[in-house]
Design a protein around this ligand. Structure first.
Ligand SMILES: [Mn+2]
Length: 743
């Protein structure tokens, strides 16, 4: 098992799913969106829409008017402007974007990206002085600058104005720049604070032109904005969703030779449409490699160049740098594993490691890998001459920026986001820093180890839902990423028909069956031995459904995220009963499973009639059953009597059963019929072979038979479950009662 916890979202009410379906969404999409809280057609439509109307007015950004005025003046006055960026993908794309945009407006522009090792992140006095010496009159920052209070002051003293555009968290004091554009400023009225650095750069470029020309600016730079936004792991909702979705289309037909060559190197077939995954796993690591290996300008040149051959050569160089980066990363990662295995006390509650000679550019990725392996936040510090430069990655929602803020007295500097941040620290402060960080993590978790958890969107009621058109319909939710994760569904009790290892034993391939439907499944980076899976096993699994194209055949394939043995029916019923008692929500499938069958109920009824009527309690009681009269039996009887009496009183024939209360196994899901199924209880799940057919002959002790046939451990459980369900599920809705034969 990869995750200690599968967090199944609270199932959405059936009515919400129905409403989304009648608005034209497929049942699979509807169940996904509804369980993510987008449970009205209006909200779903607002989320899904990604047209131009989603772009907000750039002038809503605080200070944008001042930024535009100063940049305009520089362009008109022929001043030399420097676009000052950053060495990560967001920073590089932002630099390219604003450099081209200002040049396109007739500006004299140079670009500057600081060296990661020599200079570090953000504005620095050395660079400012050099730029001033080159005659730069205006520095426009992208993806940095929001904390550069002293550097902006210094630039002013040299007669250089600064316009800050950034998207990082603001500290108490803002730099005294001509303009400070940052959607995260508290006094910024912009409706969407989650833009990437490149998103803010795009907004600046758009603000420089009249409103009628802003769409054209997007056409020209949209692919850059999409790359930086995805690479910086921004939330892909609201404006970012539109920006990335449309930007990906532009990326597919980009005229930048470098990007085209890089997509080729990353294995994207010519003519196929890039996705957020293409960026996240194909383009971003290669562009990032340049900055990590102190050659960020290679990546900037790759984006800027208009020459085919040069684009190809630069793409080649980036791939080489990326391979070098991978080798260095592996060596540091292995050093860390060795250390953590030798001293396990260092691996919890937070990892804080420091080392000499570590490569500053790759420790952040090593930190990511450590958080995954050890399920806790990781802080990696590169030491040199008593000075440490750190990169950290979060786990389990621990807010890094807030943590660093609280440790500010131990740090020389810090900045970043909740999930990823950087800091500088003196070597002598590291022990105190480690202690402080560990205490903060412990405070958050209450001392318990952090668990690897995964959010599961919804449970599959019936595998008949997993058809190719249904699965294809999920693509309208793309692009997936932060804030809009890939759909993950839960399937319980799938039977393994066959399984084998593929890809040199690295991946597990299976054929599964449930509800009479056979499905292909693949579990990457897992095999039969590691999972202990063999044919005939019953599994619970979480997965993302995909379409697998093979020799022109399009078939549904489940890409498994995690799996575990399915509990036995008896275990499951106990578990579900507990959940029901505690007031937890039941999915359709769970309710179907828990509801006593019609036969169970009949036997129970007869048992109560024979043993409980009159309070005399004649006859033997099965183990644990309370004498009738005062116990649950009496409640149940009263409830059943009321239920029985109502339809008759309304002048109908005596009720047979409430629709949906005792779904017969094997009945297809009742997905039609508005108004039916008020309790949301679907059909009972199929019983595994061997557990079926226990209801044929009625033995003398019917109650005991019901117990053993359902696998319930004692009669009391049947009784209590029935009673609990009668009270919990809406039986009030008597209009659906029909038929005649109560037992
Ligand atoms: Mn950024």
């Amino acid at each position: 098992m990869k995750y200690q916890r599968w967090d199944l979202r609270r199932p959405a009410p059936l009515s919400a799913r129905r409403a989304l379906e009648s608005a034209g969404l497929s049942p699979l999409c509807a169940s996904l969106l509804a369980s993510r809280g987008l449970d009205t057609p209006e909200e779903a439509a607002r989320f899904l829409s990604c047209g131009a109307q989603r772009f907000h007015d750039p002038l809503l950004l605080k200070d944008m008017d001042r930024a535009v005025a100063r940049i305009r003046a520089a362009i008109d006055g022929g001043e030399l402007i420097c676009v000052y960026g950053d060495y990560d993908v967001d920073g590089i794309t932002a630099t390219c974007l604003l450099t081209e945009a200002l040049a396109g407006q007739g500006g004299r522009v140079v670009s500057y990206i600081p060296d990661r090792t020599e200079e570090g992140y953000g504005l620095n006095p050395g660079a400012v002085a050099r730029l001033a010496g080159q005659g730069v009159g205006l520095i426009v920052t992208v993806d940095c600058g929001i904390t550069a209070v002293n550097e902006v002051e210094f630039a002013r003293s040299l007669g250089v104005d600064v316009v800050v555009t950034d998207h990082h968290h603001c500290k108490d004091k803002l730099p005294a720049a001509v303009a400070v554009v940052d959607p995260r400023r508290e006094d910024c009225p912009y409706p969407f604070p989650e833009l990437a650095g490149v998103g803010v750069a795009l907004k600046t470029a758009q603000a420089l032109v009249p409103p009628g020309q802003r769409a054209a600016v997007f056409q020209r730079f949209g692919e850059l904005a999409a790359i930086g936004t995805v690479a910086d792991v921004m939330r892909l909702t609201d404006e970012n969703r539109s920006l990335v979705r449309q930007g990906l289309e532009l990326l597919g037909r980009t005229q930048r030779p470098g990007l085209r060559a890089l997509m080729g190197e990353a294995g994207l077939e010519p003519g196929s449409l890039p996705t957020a995954v293409t960026i996240g796993y194909g383009l971003a690591p290669r562009i990032n490699a340049a900055g990590r290996m102190e050659q960020a300008m290679v990546a900037l040149d790759l984006l800027l160049t208009r020459e085919e051959e040069r684009g190809e050569a630069l793409a080649h160089t980036l791939c080489r740098l990326n391979r070098e980066r991978q080798a260095i990363e592996l060596s540091i990662y292995e050093q860390c594993l060795e250390l953590l295995e030798a001293r396990p006390q260092l691996a919890a509650p937070a990892i804080v490691l420091a080392g000499e000679g570590w490569h500053q550019g790759v420790v952040g990725i090593v930190a990511s890998r450590l958080t995954e392996k050890y399920s806790c936040p990781a802080f990696m510090i590169c030491l040199e001459h008593g000075q440490g430069k750190g990169s950290c990655r979060s786990f389990g929602g621990f807010n890094l920026f807030a943590a660093l803020e609280q440790c500010a007295h131990l740090l020389e500097g810090y900045g970043g986001h909740e999930m990823a941040a950087g800091f500088t620290i003196l070597e002598e402060n590291i022990p105190a820093f480690r202690e402080a960080v560990c205490r903060m993590v412990e405070l958050r978790t209450g001392g318990a180890p952090m668990e690897a958890a995964v959010d599961v969107d919804a449970e599959i009621d019936h595998c008949g839902q997993l058809t190719a058109p249904q699965v294809e319909s999920l693509s309208q939710l793309e692009p997936f990423g932060a804030g809009n994760p890939k759909p993950v569904f839960l399937l319980r009790g799938a039977c393994v028909l066959s399984c084998c290892d593929v890809g040199a034993g690295r991946h597990l391939k299976m054929k599964l069956r449930r509800d009479g439907v056979v499905l292909d499944a693949i579990f990457f980076s897992a095999n039969t031995a590691a999972c202990g899976v063999s044919p005939g096993d019953r599994l619970d699994l979480i997965f993302t459904p995909q379409i697998n194209e093979f020799r022109g055949n399009r078939a549904v394939q489940l890409q498994i995220c995690d799996l575990r043995p399915a509990p036995t029916r008896a275990q499951l019923e106990q578990e579900l009963f507990q959940k029901l008692k505690e007031g937890g929500p039941l999915s359709r499938w769970e309710a179907g499973l828990l509801f006593p069958s019609r036969q169970d109920f009949a036997r129970l009824w007869r048992f109560l009639e024979h043993n409980s009527v009159g309070g005399g309690a004649a006859g033997p009681h099965p183990a644990g059953l309370r004498p009738a009269g005062a116990g649950s039996g009496a409640h149940l009887r009263g409830r059943l009597d009321r239920g029985r009496a109502l339809p008759a009183a309304a002048g109908r024939p005596p009720a047979r059963r409430p629709v949906g209360l005792w779904p017969d196994p094997g009945v297809p899901p009742r997905d039609g019929g508005p108004g039916a199924d008020p309790a949301g209880a679907g059909p009972a799940p199929p019983m595994p072979p061997g557990e079926q057919g226990g209801f044929g002959a009625v033995p003398p002790d019917a109650a005991a038979a019901a117990v053993s046939a359902r696998g319930m451990t004692d009669f009391n459980l049947v009784l209590k479950t029935t009673e609990e369900l009668l009270w919990t599920w809406p039986m009030r809705d008597t209009k659906n009662w029909s038929g005649t034969s109560w037992p």
